[in-house]
Ligand binder design. Structure first.
Ligand code: ZN
Ligand code: ZN
Length: 265
């Protein structure tokens, strides 16, 4: 269903370097780069432009824009978001989405990946000396910051008079071409999407069968009370209504009492 077709990618950030090979090897697709469309028009990491829609929607719109530019019926796009972990405030979490749109078959398939292996971080500083250990931690200059090496000290100096608290904010640049950690996540996600597109719906045979939701309520090992942990995975079809509920992939059937609202309130 994909063999021999061309697929459009909108990216000015070199994402083709990690996406082309899995798409070619796994599905027989040839990646074509759409460069006229400014993906930043749908929002940027550095926050000059707000994202008008959620990540999955933005991702689909990017793919559709690339398809329109290259006049192809198949497109792919990725989108990332980064921020503090919801449960562990000092830990950063990255979330990547990868969406394939196929108008010939009427399919939209989205895979996502959450990972804590991100260098997303920010610091306030009065001078570049304040940032010594932090710069090592975030992998600078191998990983980009919003400002470049020579400009960093100068940028801090210039930012200070405008800061209410006397500190400049320096943060990691999460655009893919400046962030090898993110590129590695994207490569993993590409293989995951390919695997998903190769699995077909047991009811109608459409490609893209896979995880659509998780169901919380894994029972506590001691008292059986449902916890916040995932109890079941729901696998579904992107073309028909077929859904199957399955136990967790890792085989875990009871939650640690430490996670239980009754044993460990
Ligand atoms: Zn189906
Ligand atoms: Zn319990």
């Amino acid at each position: 269903m994909f063999q021999g077709r061309c697929i459009a990618l909108a990216s000015r950030h070199g994402k083709d370097k990690v996406l082309a090979r899995p798409l070619q090897a796994g599905l027989g697709l040839t990646l074509q780069l759409a460069t006229a469309f400014d993906t930043d028009s749908l929002g940027t990491f550095s926050g000059e432009r707000e994202r008008p829609a959620d990540a999955a929607t933005t991702c689909r719109r990017k793919a559709e824009a690339a398809m329109a530019e290259l006049d192809l019926d198949l497109g792919i796009a990725s989108e990332g978001s980064f921020g503090p972990h919801p449960a562990v405030p000092l830990l950063a979490v990255g979330h990547e989405w990868l969406t394939l749109v196929d108008t010939r078959q009427g399919l939209v398939v989205c895979e996502q990946l959450a990972h804590t292996a991100t260098n997303f971080s920010q610091r306030r500083a009065a001078s570049i000396a304040d940032l010594d250990s932090w710069l090592r931690q975030v992998g600078f200059p191998h990983h980009g910051l919003i400002v470049s090496t020579e400009a960093l000290a100068l940028a801090i100096e210039q930012a200070l008079p405008h800061a209410d608290d006397g500190l400049a904010l320096v943060e990691t640049d999460m655009r893919a071409h400046l962030n090898p950690t993110r590129m590695a996540s994207l490569r993993r996600l590409a293989f995951r999407l390919v695997r998903r597109l190769r699995s077909t719906c047991p009811a109608c045979g459409a490609p893209g069968w896979g995880l659509v939701a998780t169901v919380a309520g894994l029972p506590c090992d001691w008292c059986g009370t449902p916890t916040e942990l995932v109890a079941h995975e729901r696998h579904g079809c992107v073309a028909c209504d077929h859904v199957l509920q399955q136990p967790r992939r890792d085989g875990l059937s009871a939650a640690d009492p430490g996670q239980c609202p009754r044993c460990n309130p």
